[in-house]
Ligand binder design. Structure first.
Ligand code: COA
Length: 228
């Protein structure tokens, strides 16, 4: 099915999402410690507890930036403050909006390195995965563990020069489908039924994929700017 896809652009002052639309948001998570301290004020108590568990300060900052980014983006649709958003969590940790947030919005967050990515739909299950391309010396073992028969076939068909990028393409696609279902790595080697799937490059050195269990007519890509 044909669909439109926009370039990355600044969001409009008032956000609306229609049925069949998919909004993709990218934002930086490599913010300063000072900005992270200030954004932390908008996180919930359980998010602050999670932030405090990170031993590496860089990971803590990236986590705070990602959770704040998610809240900031959702607040734009819900016309509320980022701190007012209430999350529920699925059995395997997938966050969703609590029902009293009224508007049917589904979303998924992924973050890696210095970038965060959020996919938003008007209530249709969605999964997104972002990976920074970093050299891995165990691609074959990882593909053995993570891929089903068809994916293994696709992986082994890549030439040595294209193997690394090809691996990340297949990996993000698989993870996006699993995240759409609200499950995780434990189901990595299972076959996940086909759905709308799109691979894209959100920034140099990164790859990402989005999966949604419904036809998509339009993808609009926004760039969110937070103080760094
Ligand atoms: C879902 C999962 C595959 C994502 O792993 P990842 O590639 O490291 O991380 P990503 O950046 O792509 O995604 C993380 C975000 O996905 C969301 N998420 C968490 N669990 C999810 C799930 N089961 N399905 C969909 N989305 C999920 C959260 O917003 C999370 O962000 P947060 O860590 O800031 O809360 C992984 O967490 C997983 O396998 N979870 C299953 C349950 C599990 O193993 N739990 C053990 C945790 S201690």
């Amino acid at each position: 099915m044909a669909f439109d896809i926009s370039p990355w652009q600044a969001p409009p002052p008032s956000l609306l999402i229609g049925t069949g639309d998919l909004h993709l948001w990218r934002f930086r998570t490599d913010i300063s410690a000072r900005s992270a301290d200030s954004l932390r004020q908008s996180l919930s108590a359980d998010e602050c507890i999670r932030a405090d568990r990170f031993i590496n300060p860089l990971h803590q900052i990236q986590f705070i930036a990602a959770r704040y980014g998610l809240r900031h983006i959702l607040a734009g649709y819900l016309k509320c403050l980022p701190a007012a958003i209430l999350f529920d969590y699925g059995e395997q940790g997938k966050p969703s909006l609590q029902l009293d947030n009224a508007q049917p919005l589904d979303f998924n967050l992924s973050h890696s390195g210095g970038w965060g990515l959020v996919a938003v739909t008007s209530g249709l299950a969605v999964g997104v995965d972002l990976e920074q391309i970093v050299p891995k010396d165990s691609l074959l073992q990882l593909s053995d563990y993570a891929f089903d028969m068809e994916e293994k076939g696709l992986f082994s068909a890549f030439s040595p020069a294209r193997q690394e990028r090809g691996f990340f393409r297949l990996w993000t696609a698989k993870e996006a489908r699993l995240k759409m279902l609200g499950v995780g790595f434990g189901n990595m080697n299972k076959v996940v039924l086909p759905c709308f799937q799109r691979f894209f490059v959100p920034a140099k050195g990164y790859v990402a994929a989005v999966a949604i269990d419904h036809p998509v007519k339009r993808i609009i890509r926004y760039h969110d700017v937070m103080s760094r």
